[in-house]
Design a protein around this ligand. Structure first.
Ligand code: HEC
Length: 287
């Protein structure tokens, strides 16, 4: 390979390597939108990487022999900076730094380490310190484990909210509530929404008596929950699922259950079939 080709090849190789890295960072930034710190750090890192690429390309160019001889384009006005960074001793002064080893005629110069090389070295130290401070000392570089914990916390919190709102309550999972607070809340809903058809004491008006042993659509918390949720539109019992959330339906259904056997005055005669609570069901209801 001609030496100039070699240089262009190395430049392309370096550029590909570095941009490969910054691409993978960009992806990380995208999948972690919550990490404010990380975003900023990634952006700074990308800028620094680009500066490094530029620096390395520039070094490759100034070190190419060809450009050294003819490439004024790159040498001026950068030649002074280059001279400083590379700190080569002019040939005339080489005698001063010649060490007195001699091996088969090969002799050694006591050149100082080129500053560009030292800068790279010190740069990694500075970078290491910044990195350690951000990720380990001040702690919140949003490393994956932090993020994971945060998301788990958030999910647990949202789950609590969902449980409170009753989103997980369905015909299959609903249980009968017996605490006085829930029952009085259920009573309120019943007084507001249900008495027109079922009567002040659930004795039955247009709708059936809800206090006796007889049920058209099945008794027990699960059936009652389903009847209130879906209604029996053909028979005049409307569906309440758009107006009452599952939690409220559970509450009012529990209130209806609590009225069982209260024998209100003017009770409507029994309709439907006698309901007996299956043994396993009541065991479930205790849970
Ligand atoms: C517009 C009148 C109307 C309103 C308001 C109404 N219901 Fe009903 N309800 C009915 C009718 C009619 C039936 C009988 C349905 C049937 O024959 O299957 C019924 C049936 C029921 C049943 C099943 C009874 C059985 O024997 O299976 C329950 C439980 C019930 N209603 C609860 C409620 C609750 C709780 C409310 C208030 C949130 C309510 N209803 C509001 C008319 C109403």
């Amino acid at each position: 390979m001609k030496s100039q080709n070699k240089i262009w090849f190395s430049i392309l190789f370096l550029a590909a390597t570095f941009t490969g890295h910054s691409n993978s960072w960009a992806v990380q930034v995208q999948i972690q939108p919550g990490g404010y710190d990380l975003d900023a750090i990634m952006r700074v890192m990308t800028v620094i990487t680009l500066l490094f690429i530029a620096f390395v390309i520039w070094l490759a160019v100034v070190y190419s022999e060809k450009n050294d001889n003819e490439g004024r384009l790159f040498k001026n006005p950068l030649s002074n900076l280059k001279k400083y960074l590379v700190s080569l001793q002019p040939i005339e002064k080489e005698a001063e730094i010649l060490l007195d080893h001699d091996f088969d005629g090969i002799r050694e110069l006591d050149s100082r380490i080129p500053p560009w090389y030292s800068f790279l070295f010190y740069g990694t130290i500075v970078w290491g310190i910044i990195y350690m401070m951000v990720f380990h000392v001040f702690g919140n570089g949003q490393v994956s484990s932090n993020e994971y914990n945060q998301e788990m916390q958030q999910a647990a919190f949202e789950r609590q909210l969902l449980i409170k709102s009753g989103a997980f309550i369905s015909e299959a999972t609903v249980t009968q509530l017996t605490d006085p607070a829930a029952l009085s809340e259920g009573k309120e809903i019943f007084q507001k929404d249900c008495v027109t058809c079922h009567g002040q004491n659930a004795q039955g008006v247009v709708g059936p008596n809800l206090t006796d042993d007889y049920w058209i659509n099945g008794g027990g918390i699960k059936n009652i929950f389903r009847t209130i949720t879906n209604g029996v539109p053909a028979k005049g019992m409307i569906s309440w699922q758009t107006q009452l959330d599952p939690k409220k339906i559970q509450t009012v259904a529990s209130y209806v259950m609590s009225l069982h056997g209260t024998n209100p005055p003017n009770a409507k005669p029994p309709q439907g079939e006698k309901w007996e609570e299956p043994k396993t069901d009541s065991a479930n209801a205790q849970k």
